[in-house]
Write a protein that binds this ligand. Structure first.
Ligand SMILES: [Zn+2]
Length: 128
């Protein structure tokens, strides 16, 4: 998951688009409303709003290999105390918050470079 995913924008988003998305998500995820992910959101915004740190970040993710292992319906994930999980072939786990599973999302394995795409019911066709 990239910082762009966190902010729900495309990697080529303008500063203005980043700001709008940040404000929209900040309202939804604000700690006062019991939302998760506010810290991540804030970190993503602070890094991407600065052209210099954004350029450095873009460079670092362009070197990252993202291998999509499978597309997985959210119903195929195991429900655990803290969220949803799926075993990776490396023996580690793909793990995500229930809140994050409401729209299609790319989930990295904790132990290797594989990713899965998780989609909620009815969203299969919308995954690119
Ligand atoms: Zn793995």
């Amino acid at each position: 998951m990239t910082l762009y995913d966190t902010l729900e924008v495309n990697p080529d988003a303008t500063l203005d688009e980043l700001r709008r998305s940040y404000h929209r998500l900040a309202l939804r995820h604000h700690p006062d409303k019991g939302g998760h992910g506010f810290t991540n959101l804030q970190r993503a915004w602070e890094l991407l709003r600065d052209p210099a740190t954004r350029a450095a970040y873009d460079h670092s993710i362009s070197n990252q290999r993202r291998i999509i292992w499978r597309n997985v319906p959210v119903t195929a994930l195991r429900s655990e105390d803290k969220g949803l999980a799926l075993d990776c072939r490396c023996g580690s786990l793909f793990y995500l918050d229930r809140d994050d599973a409401r729209s299609p999302i790319l989930v990295p394995c904790d132990g290797c470079s594989l990713h899965i795409r998780v989609y909620p019911p009815g969203h299969h066709q919308t995954i690119v």
